[in-house]
Design a protein around this ligand. Structure first.
Ligand SMILES: C[S@@+](CC[C@H](N)C(=O)[O-])C[C@H]1O[C@@H](n2cnc3c(N)ncnc32)[C@H](O)[C@@H]1O
Length: 373
């Protein structure tokens, strides 16, 4: 699974248990699906999932993990990926932009990416099959990249894993139907009827288009003009999400909440984000009763390893290594909020016990259910 800021990898089982505790949860809309990890967990639990993200690479992950039905596509994609893996390397746009002018991958792997991507384009595949092939290529590149997880500045000395050969694997797609959308969250919220909406927006200035521009260019294959040391697509300069702006995030959130047509909401946010916990509770309480749990979390990888210069040398210290992920539960009925909070607490509590953190249990999660409408 790819490295991604704000990914809810560790929270997926808890989110799935929380969603299951709503009285209706057969159809779930994930409005900011990112890697599709949460949406995939929900699909695996037997729900019909609609996953939305405005970026092309994220919508491609959703088409692969949510929309593609393994009973229809697994055999064909396994054959296709085996054939693609035989494609000999041939340097092109990707190698020049991201392996010579910038240092995302080593050039021998860049040449494989170029050749495989051209072959995928040449075959004019049906959307689901193309998405599975593209995700296989993205994940293969991610395993041999030379970044600290962000595609903004690269290590001056090649990372150890970047010396490995790029290896395509078949993504772990699931049987059953689902849908992928590539819309602004507010439009997806207005268009989709579902029982539960899972809402996990960006929470600070870091733009996903900028942080993951290599994947956006790889998936779109539009070979754009680039700028700066990381060779970002030119479009990164003016493609901004409301959720990356301290000034606009409140209005962006309100617009999504006004538009959303689901009975129940589960909202993820971080205690270091642009919206304070109490402000979030106030905004959400317009939609129903609100409760939340807080989960103690490791900070993202950039923060874990400290502040580095382009030579990969540590030049700064990190203020703290842990933060909190909030899960807000919103529903018309108070009892429903209580039931979902109980399910979340049980799930998180069990996980911290199982990981031997019994004595830290009280620190690792807390909950409040104090709000009235
Ligand atoms: C915190 S991440 C979601 C992480 C995801 N839950 C996971 O576990 O991988 C936020 C996502 O919101 C997407 N996004 C940002 N602004 C958006 C908008 N206005 N409409 C739709 N998606 C947006 C970003 O592309 C990013 O993938």
């Amino acid at each position: 699974m790819i490295k991604y800021i704000g990914s809810k990898r560790v929270l997926v089982p808890h989110i799935v248990r929380g969603v299951s505790a709503f009285p209706e949860s057969g159809r779930v809309l994930d409005l900011f699906s990112g890697t599709s990890r949460v949406a995939r967990g929900l699909k695996e639990s037997g729900r019909y999932v609609i996953a939305n993200d405005h970026l092309t690479y994220a919508a491609t992950l959703a088409r692969c993990y949510i929309q593609a039905d393994a009973t229809r596509w697994l055999e064909e994609s396994t054959r296709l990926i085996a054939e693609l893996a035989e494609t000999p390397g041939e340097p092109g746009y990707f190698t020049k932009a991201f392996c010579e002018d910038a240092r995302y991958l080593q050039p021998h792997n860049g040449a494989r990416v170029d050749a495989i991507r051209e072959e995928i384009a040449r075959r004019r595949l049906p959307p689901e099959l193309e998405a599975i092939a593209l995700v296989s290529l993205m994940e293969a590149a991610d395993r041999v990249d030379s970044t600290t997880g962000l595609q903004m500045a690269y290590l001056k000395r090649w990372a150890a894993r970047s010396f490995n050969d790029l290896e395509l694997r078949v993504p772990a797609i699931l049987p059953g139907p689902g849908e992928a959308l590539q819309l602004e969250a507010v439009d997806a919220a207005a268009q989709v009827d579902a029982d539960v909406a899972y809402i996990d927006p960006p929470y600070n200035q870091h733009s996903y288009m900028g942080n993951y521009h290599v994947w956006e260019s790889l998936v779109r294959w539009d070979k754009p003009a680039t700028y700066g040391i990381a060779n970002k697509r030119i479009q990164c300069k003016d493609y901004k999400s409301d959720f990356n702006s301290k000034r606009r995030i409140h209005a962006g959130l309100r617009a999504v909440l006004d538009a959303v047509r689901c009975k129940h909401l589960l909202v993820s946010f971080n205690n270091e984000g642009y919206v304070e916990r109490d402000d979030m509770i106030e905004v959400l309480s317009e939609k129903g009763h609100v409760g939340h749990v807080a989960v103690d979390f490791k900070r993202y990888v950039g923060a874990q390893i400290g502040i580095h210069n382009l030579d990969g040398e540590k030049v700064g210290e990190v203020s703290h290594l842990r933060n909190k992920e909030y899960l807000f539960v919103v529903s018309e009925r108070r009892e429903t909020v209580d039931a979902v909070l109980r399910a979340l607490e049980q799930s998180i509590g069990k996980a911290s016990l199982a990981s031997g953190a019994a004595e830290r249990k009280r620190e690792t999660h807390e909950s409040e259910r104090s709000l009235e409408r």
